[in-house]
Write a protein that binds this ligand. Structure first.
Ligand SMILES: CC(C)(COP(=O)(O)OP(=O)(O)OC[C@H]1O[C@@H](n2cnc3c(N)ncnc32)[C@H](O)[C@@H]1OP(=O)(O)O)[C@@H](O)C(=O)NCCC(=O)NCCS
Length: 419
């Protein structure tokens, strides 16, 4: 690691708790949102790694022995060839495995990129070369460049072209919507959010707490619809966010049962102050389901319910009045609780919290900021916010509590290695 790289890493470490080793070094597998399992297996005595999808070979990855650097601001300056503060990374060759057609389809190419950024998550870029034997190599190159998954170096004197895969664009959903349906926002009516942002037209909210002009929000998802699904390597399980399902009216739905039980737990009640009867909770949930500015979601690990969150548009939320310089049209925020004791703890908290931020930024490309307002003395959640690369924008007083306003921009969130 160069000294410049070490300094950068030190800055990142100082900004947040980096849980070294929680993503196991040399992570060799992940589970895709559709349940398919990806494995990378090394070839003894070589740097070659086979990438397998549900046991079927997809490609062979080989370190070329060269390194490459993506120089941007230094181009055309005296620092162009000496800028040691920009990391040089090993160049990986992508070889096709022997199949009849020697092709790699687009969903599999995205899967390769996903596997690489899971295994080499500390790298901002991964320079790759597509083997000349891949029969659809030109299509793959075009896919990578058109989707923004990667870019080429603008340097005029590079003899061989490298495709620099970019961590920041990969996690923003590059190469998913419009190309294939393997991504973190499962295919549904609702995922059209990501395909094409809901057009802007002004709407208005007037309640006892809020008077605000803001964009009209898209229609709510179907109850029980999965909005986000991602395997979290630090936990070794798949997290999903499902739109609250209140059930058909007969009996108590699984979501409602858990919601009711959790709110009557002393720890949760201290944070939410919503303990009460089942009927009170039915009315509460109906209220948020009918509110166009709130998405009530249940969070699960490998399908087991673990917590509840409300994802809100801030412009028409009572928090907006406290945001210095005001709320922006697509700012988002949340209220959250972990209900099941066995799913508490720092590794899990970091994974679900960052995934909610990830969801905001995926769900609408116009969302530039995530803002939280936990109680200033809720040390656990404030710490989870800071660890997720948020900063404290201000401390302020609601009529009923003192809050820390936590904030992260899209740019910072995707620049850091937090997913
Ligand atoms: C707040 C909440 C979401 C945190 O999730 P969790 O899974 O319980 O998280 P944990 O408390 O296990 O740990 C989170 C981190 O905070 C730390 N922490 C916990 N309590 C702390 C305290 N009193 N002081 C300092 N740090 C604390 C933990 O040690 C951990 O840090 P680590 O990474 O160094 O280990 C959860 O406890 C909860 O649902 N509380 C009730 C509802 C609520 O308050 N919601 C937030 C308001 S919207």
């Amino acid at each position: 690691m160069s000294s410049a790289r070490r300094r950068l890493q030190a800055v990142q470490n100082a900004l947040m708790t980096v849980h070294k080793g929680t993503i196991p070094d040399g992570t060799n597998f992940l589970v895709l949102p559709d349940g398919k399992r990806v494995e990378m297996s090394g070839e003894p005595g070589t740097s070659d790694q086979h990438l397998l999808l549900d046991g079927e070979p997809v490609c062979l990855l080989r370190f070329s022995g060269r390194t490459a650097v993506l120089t941007l601001s230094g181009l055309g300056t005296p620092h162009e060839h000496t800028a040691s503060h920009i990391p040089h990374y090993p160049v990986l060759e992508v070889h096709v495995v022997r199949t009849s057609d020697q092709r790699i389809n687009l969903p599999d190419m995205w899967t390769i990129v996903y596997a690489l950024f899971t295994k080499y998550h500390e790298q901002e870029t991964i320079p790759i070369v597509l083997s000349a034997y891949i029969t659809n190599g030109a299509d793959l190159r075009s896919y990578i460049l058109r989707s923004g998954l990667g870019r080429v170096s603008p340097s005029p004197d590079i003899s061989q072209e490298y495709l620099f895969l970019m961590r920041a664009t990969f996690w923003q959903g590059a190469g998913q919507a419009g190309f294939h349906e393997r991504g973190w926002l499962p295919p549904s009516d609702f995922s059209s959010y990501a395909l094409s942002p809901f057009p802007f037209v002004q709407s208005f909210t007037r309640t006892p707490l809020v008077i605000a002009a803001h964009p009209l929000r898209p229609p709510k998802p179907k109850q029980g619809e999965v909005l986000y699904k991602r395997y979290c390597p630090t936990v070794g399980q798949t997290l999903d966010f499902t739109y609250f399902d209140l059930g058909s009216g007969e009996g108590v739905s699984a979501h409602l049962e858990a919601f009711h039980r959790w709110h009557n737990d002393e720890r949760v009640s201290k944070g939410w102050n919503e303990a009460g009867s089942l009927q009170k909770h039915v009315e509460y949930v109906k209220g948020v389901l009918n509110d166009p500015s709130v998405l009530p979601i249940m969070m699960s690990w490998d399908g087991e319910l673990m917590g509840y969150a409300e994802i809100v548009w801030l412009k028409e939320n009572h928090v907006a009045a406290y945001i210095p310089n005001g709320a922006k049209d697509w700012d988002r925020g949340m209220h959250v609780l972990v209900g099941e004791e066995k799913f508490r703890g720092s590794d899990r908290a970091q994974a679900w919290f960052r995934s909610i931020l990830h969801y905001y930024f995926l769900a609408d490309p116009r969302t530039e900021r995530a803002i939280g307002e936990p109680r200033a003395d809720n040390a656990a959640i404030v710490k989870v916010c800071l660890d997720a690369s948020m900063h404290i924008e201000t401390i302020f007083d609601f009529p009923y509590k003192r809050s820390a306003m936590t904030c992260v921009s899209r740019e910072r969130f995707f620049k850091m290695d937090v997913l």
